[in-house]
Design a protein around this ligand. Structure first.
Ligand code: HEM
Ligand code: NAG
Ligand code: NAG
Ligand code: NAG
Ligand code: NAG
Length: 322
């Protein structure tokens, strides 16, 4: 080793100790030897489910995001509440998360082939990828594996770590930075809102900001449409497509909508309140650029504070610790 590379290696080591060398320990095809069929089995289960229910990709992508933002991608979002602890998944009962059953089904199938080998955190990361892949019949981003499962899930930590839809630009940037993600990642990953639905709760306040008038950043016609769907908050089950044109298609329409002031949340509209961020939005109006950037940022997100090596465990059931 050349002596002048020592300072470089030392600084890498320091970065790792402070937790900034994300994804260290994750590998391509981690289960190649221990469970060679794992990724095929998971894909088959996920595709079977998505073929029957096109809303599953949104559920799984959001579940993976929630997992990664709370205690890292450690499958903690999958854990059920216990007698003593309200778990992450029960933190926001009105804004239900979806996709748990698909993860459980994939876990059962994988464990039939290789009992106790593949972690729930990895299954979730792979399932999110595969669910979106169904539309294209090929994966849109790479998923490294080797995550281990955590043993702790606390509802309050979900509330503390997940940005609410009311956040402004500065608040979003700060939240993402605390997860090692930058402004580019923020704008790119928000593009996931091209699929899925939201409850009235999540945007209702925007419709009635100024004595009956909607927030300025919201197109008046779109605001009127949303108000017709959500006249009040008494119906807790009403949901609205986040991308009105193609809520089940993974594409870059999120940015097209955004430019037309049809971003659904305050946090979506916030991406146009900063020059740098607006520039990134403009770049992502090119679909190829969006797909490429999304793949890059998902890899980063999928490596947040992961447990690897001997940390954590490989759960027997994704809903309970061993
Ligand atoms: C930038 C900060 C973010 C905020 C404030 C935010 C907020 C929200 C809210 C409020 C909902 C609707 C919940 C409901 O009303 O039921 C939602 C849905 C969703 N979010 Fe985000 N989100 C953010 C980032 C992300 C990221 C990074 C991803 C994934 C990469 C993501 C993926 C999704 C998906 C796919 C849905 C639809 C879920 C479904 O239809 O089942 N979000 N988000
Ligand atoms: C976990 O909670 C879900 C939803 O409440 C329930 O259907 C499932 O049976 C629970 N699993 C276990 C192992 O307790
Ligand atoms: C959730 O719904 C219940 C009643 O269904 C309501 O009392 C509560 O305020 C809601 N929680 C949130 C965070 O909106
Ligand atoms: C909420 O809106 C629905 C539909 O317009 C209406 O039937 C209901 O009476 C309203 N509830 C309240 C509390 O205003
Ligand atoms: C709530 O809204 C949904 C449509 O979003 C509708 O199917 C359902 O009947 C409504 N429930 C009540 C109690 O009005």
């Amino acid at each position: 080793m050349r002596t002048n590379s020592v300072p470089f290696l030392v600084s890498i080591l320091v970065l790792c100790v402070v937790g900034l060398c994300h994804g260290d320990g994750l590998k391509k095809h981690f289960y190649k030897k221990s469970c060679p069929q794992a990724e095929d089995i998971i894909r088959k289960v996920v595709w079977k489910n998505v073929a029957q229910d096109a809303t599953i990709p949104a559920g799984l992508v959001r579940l993976h995001y929630h997992d990664c933002f709370v205690r890292g991608c450690d499958g903690s979002v999958l854990l059920n509440s216990t007698k003593d602890h309200l778990a992450e998944r029960d933190a926001q009962p009105n804004l239900t998360l979806d996709g748990f059953e698909v993860v459980d089904e994939a876990k059962d199938a994988v464990d039939k082939a290789c009992p106790g080998v593949v972690s729930c955190a990895d299954i979730l990361a792979l399932a999110a990828r595969d669910a979106v892949a169904f539309q294209f019949k090929k994966p849109m981003w790479k998923v490294l594996t080797g995550r281990r499962d955590g043993r702790v899930s606390i509802a309050k930590e979900a509330v503390d770590n997940l940005p609410p839809p009311s956040f402004n630009f500065a608040e979003l940037v700060k939240n993402f930075a605390s997860k090692g993600l930058d402004v580019h990642d923020l704008v790119v990953l928000s593009g996931a809102h091209t699929i899925g639905q939201a409850h009235c709760e999540s945007f209702f306040k925007r419709l009635h900001k100024n004595h009956g008038g909607a927030e300025k950043s919201l197109d008046p016609k779109y605001a009127a449409f949303l108000a017709s769907q959500c006249p009040n908050l008494s119906n807790k089950t009403t949901q609205v497509d986040m991308d009105p044109q193609s809520a089940e298609s993974f594409d870059n329409h999120y940015y097209v909508n955004l430019k037309q002031h049809k971003g659904l949340f305050h946090s979506d509209a916030a991406l146009l309140t900063n020059k740098k961020s607006e520039k990134i939005v403009n770049k992502l109006l090119d679909q190829k650029a969006f797909f490429k950037a999304f793949a890059h940022s998902m890899k980063k997100m999928g490596a947040i504070e992961v447990l690897t090596g001997n940390s954590g465990e490989v759960r027997k059931k994704c809903t309970v610790v061993n």
